[in-house]
Write a protein that binds this ligand. Structure first.
Ligand SMILES: [Fe+2]
Length: 379
């Protein structure tokens, strides 16, 4: 772990945009290292930190409308990959069909986030009903399948050659982390026993990115019971929200939900007290210098980005600041702040993230980089 050089200081006029009484308002930019868990500074700018006039070169913010991707395929291991690094892969999978084969990822743990729909997940450990807003953690090697009872859309986040863990309370700002009691585990119940049959079943196994198939003359999800401390588990953002609203006021880094060695998964959930006029909310302008950032917008109104809808995603590589569009900043953060109802999943990756360029043209909002061009106004 880096032994950071920390030099606490205050220089010049440090006046926030929330200031009143004649003090000059400014645009605040939060600069941080190590996913905001290292040294940080608040810089007070006269102009919007995203007020660039021209943007050239390969480094650019990008936005995608994942809802526009075609449904399928039948096997989630072969769902469209649209983002990856050396140590993680992100896929988007739309399905309304019962899986007739099992999936097993031998490359790493998989985190399923249910964007839309509901149904049943059957796995080595039993039956687990799911609904929108659930994270389902599938340990490496687990055999599983889903039976949707409504059209489903999933974000699949794979920690390649790695495992997901919970954030360490000692390193999370504010000391907040996830209560393990919030997780729900699969059950060996009637629904699980009812799907055990003597038909031929395939397990599709992904290893080194390639899929192989095992065929059994019976359903291998045939457990009669299990014991131990390894299993599939789920937690919903609503459960996290309940814990958070039980009186905790926390900084951005405390929204971290799952961690792997090179990246973290955070959940932005409705926050209490942010409708108070003059309270500056996250995400405000920021430069998270050690990470590439990916955000998937699940539901609610995304106050920081005027044109972003649920089902869309943005990618902000390290190297330049980002934050609210000027119109949103003025109207929703300064003039008439409201309680935010946005829910989003954020991946911060210390490994360089790449967009899989096989993503269809129609699913990318190519003009996204230009949406800040009117950010010239000065407070
Ligand atoms: Fe960010």
């Amino acid at each position: 772990m880096t032994n950071w050089i920390r030099l606490p200081n205050s220089e010049g006029d440090c006046v926030g945009a929330s200031a009143t009484g004649g003090e000059r308002p400014t645009y605040q930019r939060h600069v941080g290292r190590a996913g905001f868990q290292g040294p940080s500074a608040q810089i007070f700018h006269r102009h919007p930190p995203v007020g660039w006039a021209v943007f050239e070169g390969p480094l650019r913010p990008r936005a995608f409308d994942l809802a526009k991707l075609a449904p399928g395929p039948a096997c989630p291991l072969q769902a469209r990959r649209f983002l990856f690094s050396n140590t993680m892969e992100v896929r988007y999978w739309k399905t309304d069909a019962k899986m007739h084969a099992l999936a097993r990822n031998a490359d790493g743990d998989t985190l399923l986030f249910v964007h839309h729909g509901e149904g049943s997940l059957f796995c080595d450990y039993g039956h687990l009903p799911y609904r929108d807003g659930d994270y389902i953690l599938l340990p490496r090697g687990t055999a599983w399948r889903v039976e949707p009872s409504a059209p489903c859309e999933f974000l699949l986040i794979e920690a390649t050659a790695d495992a997901f863990g919970l954030p360490d309370p000692k390193t999370v700002a504010g000391g907040a982390t996830i209560d393990p009691m919030l997780f729900t585990l699969p059950r060996i119940d009637d629904a699980f026993r009812a799907q055990q049959d003597e038909a031929f079943w395939e397990i599709h196994i992904k290893r080194k990115g390639q899929v192989s198939t095992l065929t059994y003359p019976y359903n291998p999800l045939d457990a009669t019971g299990w014991e131990g401390d390894l299993c599939v588990a789920k937690v919903n953002w609503r459960d996290l929200s309940q814990q958070r609203n039980a009186g905790q006021k926390v900084p951005p880094a405390a929204y971290c939900t799952f961690v792997a060695k090179t990246f973290s998964v955070s959940t932005f959930i409705p926050k209490v007290g942010e409708g108070v006029s003059g309270i500056l909310r996250v995400p405000f302008y920021h430069s998270n210098e050690d990470v590439d950032e990916f955000v998937f917008y699940h539901r609610g109104e995304f106050f920081s980005r005027g044109e972003i809808r649920a089902g869309m995603a943005t990618f902000h590589p390290s190297g330049f600041p980002h934050g609210p569009h000027p119109k949103s900043y003025q109207e929703k953060m300064i003039k008439a702040p409201v309680e935010t109802d946005e829910i989003a999943v954020m991946i911060d990756s210390r490994d360089v993230l790449s967009v899989d360029e096989s993503i269809p043209d129609g699913a990318e909002w190519k003009a996204y980089v230009k949406t800040w061009e009117k950010a010239q106004e000065t407070l």
